[in-house]
Design a protein around this ligand. Structure first.
Ligand code: SF4
Ligand code: SF4
Ligand code: SF4
Length: 308
């Protein structure tokens, strides 16, 4: 049954590329995509979107700005939104709040998480640091996971979010989708619980949750066994006018989310003002997650080769 429950409830280019891409296990080409001249004017100063409670007036808040832009984008037709994420590894402290908030939001089990925060050393002694690299499904425009399974199991929505059909993408198909993902962003949920074997299995592992605008439960059989799962940009929250859980809960504002078709959006601002890459762009799959790759202060040299 389709529902809208949440809404109802509320230096050298090569070394730079190598450094970031190696943290995710592969090489990457420099980003050549330019954001200037998007389809729509900026919504940064737009009035509150219809149907949403007014947001607080906090002029310097990047989060409020992004949420306001998101709500304005929702007023436009679905196929005119182009959701994307921009991650700034320089701001990330590796706290994993995003991972925990994602787990809580989407009720994932011990077999996997939608979100990982890789880490590795950067620089040369004594100017060294540790770099953290959050990652999740990149919502590829030409998704390898989709090509690995029969038609209809994985859908590319008009707004760019890659949707898994939980009623079909199970068993061997789930494993094929997971194997095909170059980001290792997919896991197969076997229905286990973290608290099995403890004095009591906890209710928070067995509660209902909403994904792809439907209600699921890992305990009552609603969610099929051996189903493929991954990040969906928190579609249920986005459609309800809220930012993805990981973005909203990151205390370091290391992530941004928004509409690439809004030329004045915060994500487009970040892409215009910073050198960025997309991991595995060389595969031609057009990932929707961008990484800022500007220099790290006081660290004169860094390379993935130091840890890979
Ligand atoms: S919550 Fe933010 S700072 Fe913490 S690991 Fe995630 S992206 Fe990094
Ligand atoms: S990142 Fe992986 S799971 Fe996500 S759309 Fe691309 S290939 Fe599919
Ligand atoms: S966007 Fe949502 S589903 Fe994706 S990693 Fe963030 S919290 Fe998890």
């Amino acid at each position: 049954m389709k529902i809208n429950r949440f809404r109802d409830l509320i230096p050298s280019a090569a070394s730079r590329r190598g450094f970031l891409s190696s943290l995710l296990g592969g090489s990457a080409a420099a980003m050549t995509w330019l954001t200037a001249g998007g389809l729509f004017r900026s919504s940064a100063n737009a009035s509150p979107a219809a149907g949403f409670a007014p947001l607080p007036d906090v002029p310097d808040s990047e989060i409020i700005r992004q949420q306001r832009e998101l709500q304005s984008a929702l007023a436009r037709p679905l196929n005119t939104r182009r959701w994307a994420m921009v991650i700034d590894p320089r701001k990330c402290t590796g706290c994993n709040t995003c991972t925990i908030s994602c787990r809580a939001e989407n009720v994932t089990g011990p077999e996997g998480s939608y979100r990982r925060v890789a880490q590795g050393p950067a620089g040369r002694y004594p100017a060294v640091t540790n770099i953290f690299m959050p990652s999740n499904c990149a919502q590829c425009d030409d998704p390898p996971c989709q090509r690995a399974v029969p038609n209809g199991m994985i859908l590319k929505r008009p707004d760019g979010i890659v949707e898994f059909d939980y009623t079909k993408l199970t068993g061997d198909y789930a494993r094929k989708a997971a194997d095909a993902c170059p980001y290792r962003a997919v896991h197969v949920d076997e229905g286990k619980f973290f608290t099995t074997g403890t004095p009591a299995e906890q209710a928070y592992e067995k509660r209902d949750f909403v994904e792809y605008q439907r209600e699921w439960n890992r305990a009552d059989g609603t969610l099929p066994d051996s189903v493929a799962r991954k990040c969906h940009f928190c579609l249920h929250r986005v459609e309800a006018g809220m930012l993805p859980a990981c973005v909203a809960n990151c205390m370091c504002t290391a992530m941004a989310f928004g509409d690439l078709n809004d030329s004045g959006s915060f994500v487009n601002k970040l892409l215009r003002e910073n050198r960025t890459i997309r991991i595995h762009e060389e595969l031609g799959i057009e990932p929707r997650v961008h990484y800022i790759e500007e220099k790290i202060e006081h660290v004169t040299q860094y390379s993935c080769a130091t840890c890979h």
